[in-house]
Design a protein around this ligand. Structure first.
Ligand code: RIB
Ligand code: CA
Length: 321
């Protein structure tokens, strides 16, 4: 694949067990040209995210990809980590050595602007974390949208949430930032929990990776085998690809079934805050009849995913078959 055919991408992450699986895939798939990686507080604190991201790149033997530290808390909310899911260090508490790689000496928003505008072809932005960095970028440097092909973000949910009954963690962590993202004015794909939780690597593949001699494959296996302590009795030794599915959707969008729908983020305080309200009604209802129609962003919402296709895509790239 020539450089002119590779897809220029920038990933914004909160590494994170599943962010790590996504990064392993991104730096190994030949169709992707990872121009930069930016870090934001979410699964763990932002310095832990930077450390974990650099560790993954080091173990993967990735090229010299610039990594920058971003927002250490959401726009309004305090930091509310998901250490109970990802472990105290955010990487499954695997006891990995500290990375020798270091982040660049500019902040995430500066790196995002620099690398988006410098890309010879429009960039696909892949946020898989709270959207704080992306919101700060869009508000500080809106000119970047002229060189953004599409934003494919892991976040939101059409049906059921995880952080709350209706809200997905990345959006719930910084709802205002998610609302800013949705009004970016570029094509957006929402890779939400509805598809996120379906993409599971079979137990036999998880065991093969864990038993391998290659450190990066053993890491992949250990990450896939990591369990949310709250579900530590989980009998299914399969491993969720999580965020990696969003990167698979960039490489192979045909594996995703999407529908272009109005989406808005519920911002009001209360049980619904952080919900991505996806309007799947065939016709307007009484609210539009009596109160008028509100302009809402149209988003390509993922409603279905070819699980086997993405599992095969991910394994082939990560194992280097
Ligand atoms: O809700 C799941 C999302 O929140 C994933 O991106 C996970 O890594 C966390 O960031
Ligand atoms: Ca994440």
């Amino acid at each position: 694949m020539t450089d002119g055919q590779r897809i220029p991408v920038i990933i914004d992450c909160d590494t994170g067990v599943d962010d790590a699986l996504a990064l392993l895939f991104a730096v190994r798939h030949p169709a992707l040209d990872v121009r930069a990686i930016t870090c934001v507080a979410g699964n763990t604190d932002v310095d832990g995210v930077v450390r974990n991201t650099l560790t993954v790149l080091e173990v993967a033997g990735a090229g010299d990809i610039p990594v920058a530290r971003g927002a250490e808390r959401p726009l309004i909310e305090p930091v509310r980590t998901a250490r109970h899911v990802h472990g105290q260090d955010g990487m499954g508490d695997l006891g990995l050595p500290a990375p020798t790689r270091v982040p660049v000496d500019v902040d995430a928003v500066t790196l995002l602007r620099r690398e988006i505008l410098a890309s010879p072809r429009p960039v696909t932005l892949i946020p898989m974390a709270p959207l704080t960095n992306i919101a700060l970028l869009l508000r500080t440097h809106p000119e970047v949208t002229r060189n953004i092909e599409r934003i494919v973000f892991m976040g939101g949910a059409v049906a059921t949430g995880n952080a709350t009954p209706v809200a997905e963690f990345n959006v719930w962590h910084d709802p205002e930032a998610a609302a800013v993202l949705l009004t970016a004015g570029v094509p957006i794909t929402m890779y939400g929990l509805d598809v996120f939780k379906q993409v599971l690597v079979p137990a036999a593949d998880v065991q093969r990776l864990r038993a391998g001699t290659d450190p990066s494959l053993r890491l992949a296996g250990e990450l896939l085998a990591h369990r949310d302590p709250a579900t530590s009795g989980d009998p299914t030794p399969t491993g969720g690809l999580g965020d990696a599915g969003a990167v698979c959707a960039v490489v192979d969008p045909g594996g995703l079934t999407t529908e272009r729908l109005p989406v808005e983020v519920a911002l009001a305080p209360g049980p619904g805050r952080g919900q991505t309200i996806v309007d799947r009604r065939p016709l307007p209802g009484e609210s539009e009849i009596h109160e008028g129609t509100r302009a809402q962003p149209l988003v390509d919402v993922a409603l279905g995913v070819d699980v086997q296709r993405y599992v095969k895509l991910w394994l082939t790239a990560v194992e280097g078959a």
